[in-house]
Design a protein around this ligand. Structure first.
Ligand code: GDG
Length: 455
């Protein structure tokens, strides 16, 4: 069996300092790495001169991290990854910054990764690179003479060709993807958008078996939706911490229905639009006031980037206005919380919520939607309201699908969800739950690595 090498911007394998599993991706990949005696490479999150990777083996999994110089972090991570590619790939041209220095830093850091990781790769290793931070890494490794099987998975959407062509040197970025043997997207839609670029901009051809040829090089491109670690999450939902949280939530919502949102504080998650939709609901259904409340958990992320500071300020103002306008002496319509909670606490919150409100404007997949479904009481499940622009909508099509830009659509869906019979809730929840259990994170990993291994 070949070793598996995983490379991503940050490493979330457990370490002695952080022994707990860090989410579904970490659980799935560490299990695979343990089995395949692999290594997970990435940035340490620290700034400093880049020297040889720091190796650490914990619980059978080896992680290896490097520090990056401050300027590199500014240009590669804050810059090209989070101020150029992230907004552009989420259809937000107006928020996208085009700086040549960012691109330079991005390519420099990818070369740096290649230089420091390259010597640790053995000829039979399977290499799996993750996400938009690392698109050129495969190409860098090929330049170093590597002939290993190389795979790449994009966790975020692939943008429409007309948006992507606004990126200076877009073709250079896409050409780099052809250094990989297998590339994976979250959904068929993103895969087809990629096909469109390849055909219209590169004169490539798409074959019936899904392979793509451009200028004599043929690679395999697949849609391979990521799942959650359903088993772990369901078990977590009946852990003592989850049960205690569930009780606490029920006690604090007597006579009221809880609507819950959980998201990194990111403009792609449609939080402003969600608050507007909820406000529309309160405005137009005065009889419903005081019998619902929205709990929005939104831990800040990427706080050094201006557009994230802006969205945070906008949400502070909007949540204040909603509460100021609608609250009563014994009722607050919106509990808006800017910090994170342990996963088991989240599971208890999800289970207590009559509605899971997940309304990203654009999302590669969205795991919160899947976690909400997984955490429900099988006898009395809540209702998932889901943006049709999340990758998850292709699998969770029994949710109430909404246009997240429309406050009326969101308000109507809230009304419908609150009135929904137990029978209909069960009929909608069951197939979604089955999907989450069948197409879980291990299924996703196996689908991808089977292709990568040449099966
Ligand atoms: C990218 C893509 C794709 C959130 N708040 C807390 C907390 N979270 C956890 C959630 C969930 C995860 O963070 C967020 O995952 P998402 O999938 O919703 O979104 P991104 O972070 O944008 O992820 C996305 C994903 O990659 C995987 O491919 O689905 O489309 O954008 O697991 O539960 N976790 C804890 N406390 C919190 O307060 N513990």
């Amino acid at each position: 069996m070949s070793r598996l090498i995983v490379i991503s911007n940050r490493v979330s394998a457990p370490t002695a300092d952080q022994p707990g599993a860090q989410g579904g991706l970490a659980v799935a990949l560490t299990a695979a790495l343990r089995e395949a005696d692999g290594i997970w490479f990435g940035w340490s999150g620290e700034t400093g001169e880049t020297v040889a990777p720091k190796f650490e083996t914990y619980d059978g999994v080896t992680s290896a991290t490097i520090d990056l110089p401050e300027q590199d972090v500014e240009e590669y991570y804050d810059g090209y990854a989070n101020r150029t590619l992230w907004p552009l790939f989420h259809y937000r041209l107006g928020l996208t910054e085009f700086e040549r220095d960012f691109q330079g830093g991005y390519e420099r850091v990818n070369r740096l990764f290649g230089e420091f990781i390259g010597p640790h790769i053995l000829p039979d290793d399977l290499i799996w690179v993750h996400d938009y931070h690392m698109i050129p890494l495969g190409w860098v490794l090929r330049q170093r003479g590597l002939t290993n099987r190389l795979g790449f998975f994009l966790h975020i959407p692939w943008p429409p060709t007309r948006l992507l062509t606004a990126l200076p040197d877009h073709r250079r970025l896409v050409e780099a993807l052809f250094a990989y043997d297998v590339i994976g997207f979250q959904t068929q839609e993103w895969l087809e958008t990629f096909h469109d670029y390849v055909v219209t901009q590169m004169g490539g051809s798409i074959h019936d078996d899904g392979s793509i040829t451009v200028g004599g090089r043929t690679i395999c491109a697949i849609a391979c939706p990521i799942g959650i670690d359903a088993r772990e999450f369901i078990a977590g939902a009946s852990s003592p911490q989850a049960v205690a949280t569930h009780r606490r939530m029920i006690e604090s919502s007597i006579g009221r229905s809880l609507i819950v949102g959980v998201d990194r504080l990111d403009y792609s998650k449609g939080l402003e639009e969600r608050f507007n939709g909820y406000q529309r609901y309160l405005e137009t259904r005065p009889e419903a006031r005081a019998v619902v409340y929205l709990l929005q958990i939104a831990p800040p992320s990427r706080a050094s980037v201006q557009s994230y500071q802006d969205i945070r300020a906008q949400l502070d103002a909007l949540s204040g206005r909603i509460n100021g306008a609608f609250a009563d002496i014994d009722w607050v319509p919106l509990r808006y919380v800017n910090h994170g909670y342990p996963r088991d606490v989240l599971a208890g919150v999800y289970r207590a919520a009559r509605i899971g409100l997940v309304t990203p404007l654009r999302d590669g997949m969205n795991l919160v939607a899947k976690e909400y479904v997984a955490a429900q009481d099988p006898e009395n499940p809540g209702v998932l309201i889901l943006s049709r622009f999340a990758g998850a909508a292709t699998q969770l099509d029994q949710a109430l699908l909404v246009n997240p830009y429309s406050p009326d659509d969101i308000a109507d869906a809230i009304e419908r969800a609150l009135a929904m019979s137990r029978e209909e809730r069960l009929a909608r929840w069951k197939p979604m739950f089955a999907n989450i259990c069948n197409e879980d994170v291990n299924w996703w990993r196996e689908q991808f690595t089977a292709r990568l291994g040449g099966a």
